[in-house]
Design a binder for this molecule. Structure first.
Ligand SMILES: *Cc1c(COP(=O)(O)O)cnc(C)c1O
Length: 422
């Protein structure tokens, strides 16, 4: 099946006489005939739902669909994108370990990695993905356990050379974790380019309607945990009577450990009702991404030619710095987010934002509505000027998330915003 078809057909498949819509299994627990059967579930000798802190049937169908969309062996849905980023690392790292991370990532992820995970004794080492292999490799330490980066960085809109970073990571026996939130599996499937783990904030395009927060971790099943010495997956887990994940679960070892240990202990399984809404979003994801990409391309071209605009970043533009990488990794569209710098810096950026009438001024991105955000005074205000620059953010930068309204109305709104700055 092609990816558009998978959006509809994968996951829940009704049997004869069953409802066509994904049922919402609103239940915390599951009935079994014998204690012996439940015992087998507790020993991970048999698959099945026990308690909705760990898994739920509605959620499981959505996980199946997302795993199919990304081309992974298993997916684990969690309560936020932040949770997905954290668990994707914490599944294989602990106190005293470090990981490498591209400096061009989402501001919330920077807080999580630099402040909160530091308190857990985990060190995040940032690198510039445009520096040479040797420079990046020189940062790897004996305790380095993973490499993390975004396909299409939020909000810098740089395109990552996934294959190059995957090869670099694998030369050092490290798994590559990719945050693929902005492209979604419709526009890019990082596993096809060598990524080992893919995470998403499903809050963004996957949901697409701004109705619920969520995240997902997808396991490619391709990383060799045994060969590369990840004891947490190859040695007995006392909390499950000595189960060895790589022995019992083969290619799904990482995903199984993440669910059965971390989702169990942190209680990050999303509610069934949220999974139902996410599934609705996924059903239309392919048509939405096509429209978001086309509208964003038109808006980027309009902005590029406007005298009040200093510069526009959108990898779909022919003279964008990342256009060549976009041709390789985002051949069917560059998603819906455009960033641009208004002449006159922060003051004009604020004037522009306040003059818009249709585009919503919200702390959100990647939804059906067109919306705008000023990173320097909103999402990224906790970053120092140095960190802003490293994250690719100028004080006059506006992040425009182009919706799926008619493009003429979107451009008319941008027009009046820019007029207010003249
Ligand atoms: C929003 C976002 C996150 C965090 O996701 P939440 O669902 O808000 O927790 C992570 N990565 C990227 C690229 C994002 O845009």
């Amino acid at each position: 099946m092609k990816v558009e078809t998978k959006c509809i057909q994968e996951g829940y498949k009704p049997a004869n006489g069953e409802p066509v819509a994904l049922p919402i299994y609103q239940s915390t627990t599951y009935a079994y005939d014998s204690t012996e059967h439940i015992g087998r579930l507790f020993d991970l000798k048999e698959a099945g739902h026990m308690y909705s802190r760990i898994s739920n049937p509605t959620v499981a169908y959505v996980e199946e669909k997302i795993a199919a969309l990304e081309g992974g062996v298993a997916a684990v849905c969690v309560t936020a994108g932040q949770t997905a980023s954290f668990l994707s690392l914490f599944n294989i790292l602990g106190a005293g370990d470090s990981f490498l991370c591209s400096s061009k990532i989402y501001g919330g992820t920077i807080n999580l990695f630099s402040v909160t995970m530091k308190r857990m004794g985990i060190e995040c080492i940032y690198f510039d993905d445009e520096s040479s292999d040797e420079e990046i490799e020189s940062l790897i330490k004996p305790n380095t356990k993973a490499v993390f980066a975004e396909t299409l960085a939020n909000p810098a809109l740089t395109v990552l050379d996934i294959r190059r970073l995957a090869d670099l990571s694998h030369r050092h026996g490290l798994p590559l974790i990719i945050d693929n939130t902005f492209p979604t599996p419709i526009l890019c499937r990082p596993i096809e380019h060598g990524a080992d783990i893919v995470i998403h904030s499903t809050t963004k395009y996957m949901d697409g309607h701004a109705v619920q927060v969520g995240g997902v971790v997808v396991d490619s099943g391709n990383f060799d945990w045994e060969k590369n010495g990840y004891a947490c997956l190859t040695e007995p887990d006392e909390s499950y009577h000595g189960v060895i994940y790589t022995e019992s679960f083969g290619r799904a070892a990482y995903a199984t450990k993440l669910r059965t240990q971390l989702v169990r202990d942190f209680g990050t399984c999303p509610p069934a009702s949220a999974a139902f809404l996410l599934d609705l979003g996924l059903q239309t994801l392919a048509v939405r991404m096509e429209k978001h990409s086309a509208n964003a391309m038109a808006a980027a071209k309009y902005l590029e030619n406007h005298p009040m605009v200093d510069s526009v970043s959108y990898p779909g533009l022919e003279n964008d710095k990342y256009h060549e990488l976009a041709k390789k990794y985002l051949p069917n569209g560059c998603s819906g987010v455009v960033s641009f710098n208004i002449k006159g810096g922060k003051a004009n950026a604020v004037k522009f934002m306040d003059a818009l009438t249709m585009a919503k001024n919200v702390v959100h991105v990647a939804m059906v509505h067109t919306c705008v955000l000023h990173p320097a005074s909103e999402t990224h205000r906790q970053l120092t000027d140095e960190q802003l620059v490293a994250a690719g953010i100028n004080p006059g930068m506006i992040r425009l998330s182009v919706g799926i309204e008619n493009i003429d109305d979107i451009i008319a709104d941008l027009e009046q915003g820019l007029k207010a700055c003249e």
